[in-house]
Design a protein around this ligand. Sequence first.
Ligand SMILES: [Zn+2]
Ligand SMILES: [Zn+2]
Length: 290
Amino acid sequence: MLIGAHVSPAGGLVKAVERGTERGCEAIQIFNQSPRMWRPTPYGEDDFTAFRQAAEASPVQAVLIHAVYLLNCASEDAEIRAKSRTSLIHSLRVGHGIGARGVVLHPGSAKRGDVGAAIRRAGEVIGEALAETEGCQLHLEDTAGAGGTLGRSFDELAALLEAAGGGSRLGVCLDSCHLLASGYDLRPASGLAETVDEFDRVVGLGRLGSLHLNDSATPLGSNRDRHADIGTGELGETGCAAYLSEPRFDALPCVIETNGPDRQGPSAEEVSLCFKLRERGLASRRRRGR
Ligand SMILES: [Zn+2]
Ligand SMILES: [Zn+2]
């Protein structure tokens, strides 16, 4: 597993590699543009080359791009869908340029409308964005299930993948906080294994491309997306240790998206805690013989 954090690219893409390195990250995640604006940041080939060189010379081995939260590929409003498609295409192009493992996308929201129709609309937009681009993978993230958000269950993720064409560039990003909030109990030692078994049955482990580790400030099945710092929420240190040491997650990048102790995002201490919790999780698995 490649452990790391969501970091800011403020001041240029290369700065994200520096911030990741300062925090001891093996993986980083960035927004490719300001999360509150539709306007894309105009990165060019020089920025991409500089980023790839900086990453090459750093401990950062995997990069994820998070598409911004304004996107709603499932919107009933054709203009929002068109803007979402344009923005997603931009994210995928930046991802291709910097050699990202994937673009992570919240699949969209049905708001109060019909879920099946919303899945079809989202699938169409996502399929078009993939057809317009090349190379970079797209990981649909599971959601906490607030309001009409799509991706709250493995069945919904499977339906979204199929609606988007089911191509080889489509994958999934699993977020520990969202899983717990949407009703998957990762905490008992066997709970995580059962959840991963179910994911494999319904979606297929081959689709799993990236992970988010966040502790949850709200309880199992609350359908609310409130990240807690690692070890301080409903998962606790034991739940986080189990997630970080799950054998079937081994080859994947896993980034934290917490507020951090000073609310400036994940800190170096928190990333270092994740490495320790992974070791603790591995040791307890060895004791239990699995
Ligand atoms: Zn996440
Ligand atoms: Zn979240």
